[in-house]
Design a protein around this ligand. Structure first.
Ligand code: HEC
Ligand code: HEC
Ligand code: HEC
Ligand code: HEC
Ligand code: HEC
Ligand code: HEC
Ligand code: HEC
Ligand code: HEC
Ligand code: HEC
Ligand code: HEC
Length: 367
């Protein structure tokens, strides 16, 4: 997870706020504003970013031009019990007075699309997601002030519950099966994969779909780099060609109704119908293949002939590697006694049409 604000960092930032009241926020290096405000590097030792970015010792501190008109709503008594006072909207310009590093939001797809699509003007935008901010603004960064957390903070927005904020507008489409999906039920919220402020394509939290997924699915990092693999690292296909992370009817978040349906999207020639069907092929490609990566040829789970021998031990010609005619020349010499059934492509030297055959005499998949 990218959220890595350690307690000492928070403390240091708070300390900085206390010591230099006009310096409220450290810049997020990723989304640092192209703002006109002069960027001053202040020698506060721990000017660590408050944002979810790897801490950098040289983080810049953006001074707030003037003290924000945060006191607008009645000055909140520090320990005001919740419920006595309702937060009111203050508008984006108030938020941006303190959060200068969020000025780039102007160029965000949301800020651009909302006026037209939802009649939400820029001024209302922040609070559409974060909730009314008057009490938060009045708290001015003091986390111990109960008003501070009256807005929806990142920790809340990243949960499945917090995702309702997004679903107000994004319920349909690819997300019809979001409710009850693996990610939703494991509390992986929209903002775990999407970074609303980053402004990348599809507002993703990382540069590519693959990197977005690998943040959590670490084991796949190795899988997709094995000797035989789908060209995911090469960028020809990606995780979302096979999975819909927002939820599906099929198993394992697959885009097709079954494993095979998913594979047929690109390997249509394997669909058939075949005159002679090889049962496991029609049943599930992953009986023999692993979808992500394998150290055996062509993404097979096992090396040939072992792959076939899991099921075929008894056939008219014996299916095992020891099955050399015991009367043949050199039958007992292991250097000569190599069955064609084990060499090179083993069984598929002869059974080439392993996925099924349309040849009238292709019953045994040799043609
Ligand atoms: C579409 C919903 C949405 C809108 C609109 C929005 N935010 Fe956010 N904001 C989020 C989410 C979700 C996060 C959690 C971190 C992330 O996804 O980047 C967040 C995080 C933040 C943070 C925490 C710091 C950080 O970078 O993690 C600040 C500060 C913030 N937003 C301020 C603003 C301001 C100011 C505006 C208006 C200019 C605004 N937000 C508009 C959804 C939104
Ligand atoms: C008076 C200055 C001020 C105003 C106005 C203000 N904030 Fe903040 N806000 C802060 C400070 C300071 C922090 C950082 C506190 C910290 O990290 O310890 C913060 C933190 C946040 C966070 C992140 C909290 C977290 O858990 O990391 C969000 C989100 C946020 N503000 C949103 C908003 C929104 C939306 C508005 C407008 C409605 C707004 N703020 C107005 C000072 C302000
Ligand atoms: C008030 C309605 C509204 C809310 C709330 C909202 N969005 Fe959006 N979102 C839109 C609109 C409108 C667009 C523009 C594209 C479109 O028409 O689909 C959009 C676009 C997007 C896109 C596509 C970006 C692209 O490059 O195509 C993503 C991803 C997205 N929103 C995620 C989120 C997330 C995550 C949240 C919650 C933190 C959220 N949205 C909250 C209305 C909303
Ligand atoms: C597990 C990661 C993950 C989660 C959780 C997630 N998304 Fe996405 N989302 C993605 C990826 C990856 C894409 C890019 C899709 C692609 O490449 O086809 C995307 C695309 C989108 C898009 C644009 C294309 C489309 O499908 O319409 C929207 C809008 C969107 N997501 C909204 C949401 C909302 C709202 C939530 C929460 C309910 C959410 N996402 C949760 C990973 C995620
Ligand atoms: C924030 C962490 C996180 C991110 C990011 C994430 N996932 Fe997941 N994903 C999970 C968790 C938690 C599970 C539950 C299963 C588990 O414990 O491994 C899961 C399960 C899955 C499953 C198995 C579904 C099942 O039925 O067993 C698939 C497939 C999956 N994720 C695909 C993706 C893809 C594709 C992406 C990128 C678009 C992605 N995930 C991004 C956390 C994440
Ligand atoms: C070619 C299609 C395809 C691509 C591309 C793909 N997957 Fe999968 N994935 C599958 C299939 C099929 C399964 C179900 C495998 C099974 O049941 O053995 C699966 C299962 C999973 C699971 C669940 C694993 C488990 O053991 O339950 C996760 C997590 C996952 N994929 C993540 C990813 C991620 C992350 C990426 C991108 C790096 C990705 N997948 C790319 C087809 C694909
Ligand atoms: C989004 C398209 C897509 C989907 C869906 C897909 N594949 Fe592939 N597959 C490819 C591409 C592209 C290649 C590489 C072809 C090449 O390099 O010539 C490939 C190659 C393969 C190979 C040969 C690998 C090698 O080392 O040459 C196997 C086996 C395979 N896929 C099985 C599957 C299975 C099983 C599924 C379903 C779980 C599946 N594919 C789903 C696109 C896809
Ligand atoms: C009975 C085991 C088995 C099943 C089930 C199976 N395959 Fe294969 N597949 C193989 C073998 C063996 C190879 C060739 C391996 C080699 O050349 O080393 C292969 C090769 C491939 C290739 C690459 C060569 C080519 O023919 O294009 C693709 C793509 C492929 N399989 C897709 C699929 C799909 C899609 C399914 C499900 C519909 C499937 N396979 C089911 C055993 C199987
Ligand atoms: C998961 C078990 C399984 C695996 C693995 C498997 N097969 Fe099969 N195979 C079957 C079944 C079941 C049949 C159908 C048998 C029947 O109809 O009597 C079959 C049928 C055949 C037939 C036709 C038999 C006949 O009498 O018509 C041949 C040839 C064959 N398989 C070869 C192979 C080869 C070569 C491999 C390895 C690439 C392989 N099989 C892997 C289960 C498997
Ligand atoms: C040198 C070529 C060749 C190799 C190598 C070979 N086969 Fe065969 N196999 C055949 C031929 C030809 C037939 C058809 C016999 C017939 O129709 O009477 C056959 C038939 C079969 C059958 C169906 C007939 C039965 O008796 O059930 C199965 C199953 C089979 N082979 C499995 C395998 C397996 C498993 C391997 C790898 C260990 C393998 N074969 C390697 C040529 C070969």
């Amino acid at each position: 997870m990218r959220q890595s604000v350690t307690p000492w960092m928070k403390f240091a930032v708070l300390a900085a706020v206390v010591a230099v009241p006009s310096l409220l926020l450290a810049a997020d290096p990723g989304t640092a504003p192209k703002a006109a405000a002069p960027v001053v590097t202040v020698p506060v030792p721990a000017a660590a970013p408050v944002t979810s970015v790897v801490p950098s010792a040289t983080a810049e501190v953006i001074p707030v031009a003037e003290t924000p008109k945060a006191a607008e709503p009645a000055p909140a008594p520090p320990k005001a019990p919740e419920g006595e006072e309702k937060p009111e909207p203050v508008g984006a310009s108030t938020c941006l007075a303190c959060h200068t590093n969020k000025e780039g939001f102007h160029d965000n797809i949301h800020a651009k699309a909302w006026p037209r699509a939802k009649h939400i003007e820029f001024e209302q935008s922040c609070e559409k997601c974060h909730g009314a901010g008057s009490l938060h603004a009045a708290a001015a960064g003091d986390r111990s002030n109960p008003g501070f957390s009256t807005i929806r903070l990142p920790a809340e927005l990243k949960t499945a519950e917090g995702s309702k904020t997004c679903l107000q507008c994004h319920e349909g489409g690819n997300r019809v099966h979001w409710e009850g999906s693996v990610h939703e039920s494991r509390d992986v919220g929209c903002a775990s994969c999407h970074s609303v402020h980053a402004g990348r394509k599809e507002l993703l939290g990382a540069d590519t779909v693959m990197d977005t997924c690998l943040k959590c699915h670490q084991n796949m990092r190795a899988e997709i780099r094995k000797m035989s693999h789908h060209p995911i690292v090469e960028g020809k296909i990606t995780c979302t060609d096979c999975h819909n992370p927002h939820g599906t009817v099929g198993p394992k978040l697959l885009v097709g109704n079954s494993v095979n349906d998913t594979c047929f999207k690109c390997h249509a020639e394997k669909r058939g119908p075949m005159l002679w069907e090889h049962r496991p092929v029609a049943e599930d490609c992953t009986i023999c293949h692993t979808p992500h990566g394998s150290n055996h040829n062509k993404l097979t789970k096992q090396r040939l002939p072992y792959l076939c021998q899991q099921c075929h031990t008894n056939s008219r010609h014996p299916g095992t590697i020891y099955a050399v005619n015991p009367t043949s020349v050199g039958a007992n010499d292991p250097t000569i006694n190599l069955s064609s059934r084990t060499l090179y492509r083993a069984c598929i030297n002869c059974h080439q049409q392993i996925h099924g055959s349309n040849h009238p005499s292709g019953k045994t998949f040799t043609r």
